[in-house]
Ligand binder design. Structure first.
Ligand code: MOS
Length: 763
């Protein structure tokens, strides 16, 4: 067989989203657009206190309110919802704090009641009439609050490792130049535009859930545990997702409650939680504190690197961020130490948010590297070149491919970096100080076991089915492209079905693994079809390919071509194998996965492998990001007029959607650096800016000129198709690039995000 890339020249190389028209015309249905006959509407009531318990509930006014059909509190639910495990501990949940299980309150904004009514408005009215009394105890909100409990990550999780090599302490003491600095990153919330919604409908013993999800198969199995129902009785439907970013990868506590409400009522129940409730009923990015120590010789070579981190989590759950897996391996350094600790506080459980480990930890490392460049009076790009390596320093494993410096060179050239004058405050334009800064970015290349089914009909149309997820990542399109390529069909002839537990299972859309995991298994199914066609053609003694080698046959543009210019209609070929349609099911187990990885997948469990977790190698995608900031000399207003990122991420299946992913990442990176922080009131452990007016994100006037360069990169080791994945690569380095540019503009080093103009009011 020819490899799947036999005819790339004949295929479009950059395809608009095949679901684009549906989305821009409003035909694509998202969570709350789904409707069931006779549905009732739920409204959540959440706790104003963080710690304590409920002392009394008076629901008489609520039950008497017009349209209210049910009220659920812990008295109605209690132990009806069974416990399950946290996603990161082999389970399915984003939090093991089960609301409505008892009178106990574990965090502010915990769900304390569900009011169900004939309309959304009636449910909200009923919720407002509910009287709940509390006995409050003082909460521990975050770092430095009395009563938090700090635990070493390796004591909290058997899987956690604190990478280290050599003697970092001793080498630091002996280094010519040292940096010893502390950094901090805030709580951040995903705030997808689609709110957290759920629609549950029972049909006898069978439950259908319409809920936007990055993990339909995991949701099925988690809910099955929680509700005590066989997994096959549960169907999760999520064809489109209005923003995910990690917030929909694990089950939130709302889903089982709404399923319970629907069962009890004997009617479908729909929930659309409010924007503010989304801050406490789903996960978020944990705040971190970091201590970075670097030691270098005068030639710039790193001699010692120590990265220590602390992260806030909830009381019961050990959610661990741990970006040290990446930061200890980015540069050559003979002596490395790291340690991660988690700090249990009275908070909801944090979780995945785009580039969960790398984003906060690379802010620390890449800021410190810039500080080292300043201390050495060295260009920060050159400092990175001096410490570049093709072998990670912890175990000495080779990178499968690594184009960090080619990315720096391409982006620097495009940016005009050579015109930078290194002295802080030395570049200006009228009243504006100009700062140019840069940082490395990286993201682990990860894959998981996946399955898919492909149908090819004699009229030259194909259908791909896999329970992967379209979360704005362009999944429909890249999967369609790979099937088109694998079968030699135009993409218009390929239909892709995703986001439904009725389809063959695919992994969580997390860790940027979808393109690598799913495209590889789809390519495998297509290869199977091609092989069957070829073998049948060769076996047919009367046909044009009688006796030829099956390997010499290729399917190109819906025609079967053989040696010596022979060709045959696809239709005839398909009919020879089957009665009008060929179906192929494929499973793919990536290198490094557990032998029972596919079996695990069928149980909704994830076996994501790659990155720094491989035995014989290390695999990451890389990039370099350059930012220009302008800081007003008098007001200290900070603007970012332009940002350029260059990236190398293996094979880019669809440059158009890849560019959107990287561009979105860069803009989000600027947002993270300058805008985003969820503020917590320490006394009450409540968030105070739970809306899009006060939780700042960039609007059009803040958005800058964003340029994305994608460097060609061939990686033959990561997987058959050479795909690395890039969904999370874009926003990793941006925080540090902005902070480094702000330093260059002003001479002020801001080590705590977000960077605000008050940080720059000096002198
Ligand atoms: Mo991503 S935060 O791994 O969904």
């Amino acid at each position: 067989m020819e490899p799947a890339k036999s005819s790339p020249d004949a295929l479009p190389t950059s395809v608009p989203r095949i679901d684009g028209r549906l989305k821009v015309t409003g035909a694509a249905l998202y969570g709350a657009d789904m409707a069931a006959a006779n549905e009732a509407y739920a409204f959540l009531v959440t706790s104003p206190i963080a710690t304590g318990h409920i002392t009394a509930i008076d629901d008489r006014r609520t039950r008497a309110a017009p349209g209210v059909v049910d009220v659920l509190t812990y008295r109605e639910v209690g132990d009806a919802i069974h416990p399950s495990k946290l996603f990161s501990q082999g389970g399915y949940l984003g939090s093991t704090i089960q609301p409505l299980a008892s009178d106990k309150i574990s965090h502010a904004g915990e769900i304390v009641a569900v009011v169900v009514a004939e309309s959304f408005e009636a449910a909200r009215e009923g919720a407002q009439a509910l009287e709940i009394s509390y006995a409050e105890t003082p909460p521990s909100a975050t770092f430095d609050s009395a009563g938090t409990k700090t635990v070493a990550a390796k004591d909290a999780s058997a899987e956690h490792e604190d990478p280290q090599v050599g003697d970092a302490e001793k080498a630091f003491a002996k280094s010519d130049v040292t940096i010893d600095a502390r950094y901090a990153t805030p709580t951040q919330h995903h705030n997808p535009i689609e709110l957290f919604t759920t629609l549950c409908a029972w049909d006898g013993p069978n439950l259908t859930v319409w809920e936007s999800s990055q993990n339909v198969n995991g949701f099925r199995h988690g809910l099955a545990q929680q509700l005590g129902v066989p997994p096959n009785n549960i169907r999760i439907i999520s064809p489109y997702v209005g923003g995910a970013f990690g917030s929909r990868g694990s089950l939130t506590t709302r889903t089982a409650l709404i399923a319970f409400a629907a069962k009890r009522l004997g009617r479908p129940v729909k929930l659309a939680a409010t924007r503010a409730q989304g801050f406490t009923i789903a996960t978020y990015r944990a705040e971190t504190r970091q201590h970075v120590r670097l030691g270098a010789s005068l030639d710039g070579k790193l001699q010692s690197l120590t990265h220590e981190g602390w992260e806030v989590t909830s009381r019961p759950d050990s959610y661990i961020v741990a970006g040290t897996d990446a930061t200890t391996r980015l540069y050559a350094c003979p002596n490395v130490a790291s340690k991660v600790s988690i700090v249990h506080a009275d908070r909801s459980t944090p979780g995945f948010m785009r580039s969960p480990p790398e984003l906060p930890y690379m802010f620390g490392l890449e800021s410190a590297i810039d500080e080292l460049a300043v201390a050495l009076k060295m260009d920060p790009v050159e400092l990175r070149r001096i410490n570049d390596t093709q072998v990670e320093p912890i175990k000495g494993l080779p990178y499968t491919s690594r184009a960090l410096m080619p990315c720096f060179d391409a982006a620097a050239e495009r940016f005009g970096w050579s015109k930078r004058s290194p002295e802080p405050g030395s570049m200006s334009d009228g009243d504006w100080l100009i700062g140019w800064g840069c940082a490395s970015t990286l993201y682990p290349t990860q894959m998981a076991p996946a399955t898919a089914r492909v149908f090819l009909t004699a009229d030259g149309h194909a259908k791909v089915q896999t329970a992967a997820h379209e979360i704005g990542n362009g999944a429909y399109t890249v999967i369609g492209l790979i099937a088109a390529e694998g079968l030699g069909l135009p993409i218009e002839n390929v239909q892709v079905e995703l986001g439904d537990t009725e389809l063959p299972p695919a992994p969580v859309a997390g860790g940027s693994n979808t393109t690598a995991s799913v495209c590889n298994v789809v390519a495998k199914a297509c290869n199977d079809i091609r092989g069957r066609l070829a073998r049948a053609a060769v076996a047919d003694r009367a046909g044009p390919f009688a006796g030829a080698s099956p390997d010499a046959l290729t399917l190109v543009q819906a025609k079967l071509h053989g040696p010596n210019g022979a060709s045959e209609d696809l239709e005839k070929a398909v009919r020879r194998v089957a009665n009008g349609a060929i179906e192929a099911y494929a499973e793919n187990l990536p290198q490094g996965a557990k032998p029972n990885g596919v079996e695990m997948l069928y149980k909704g469990r994830q076996n994501i492998v790659g990155g720094a977790k491989m035995k014989d190698r290390i695999q990451f995608a890389f990039g370099a990001e350059f930012v220009e900031v302008r800081v007003h000399k008098l007001t200290r207003e900070i603007r970012v007029p332009r940002i350029i990122g260059a990236f190398a991420a293996g094979r880019i299946v669809n440059p158009l959607t890849a560019r959107s992913q990287l561009m979105g990442g860069l803009i989000w990176g600027v947002s993270s650096a300058l805008f985003e922080a969820t503020e917590i009131d320490r006394a009450s452990a409540r968030y105070v800016n739970t809306d899009l007016a006060d939780y700042l994100v960039p609007v059009n006037a803040d958005a800058c000129e964003v340029e994305v360069l994608m460097l060609p990169e061939q990686d033959t080791q990561v997987n058959e198709l050479g795909v690395k994945g890039l969904g999370e690569l874009g926003n990793v380095g941006t925080n540090a690039a902005v902070a480094n540019a702000v330093f260059h503009a002003t001479g002020v080093r801001v080590r705590e995000l977000p960077i605000r103009l008050e940080n720059l009011l000096i002198g």
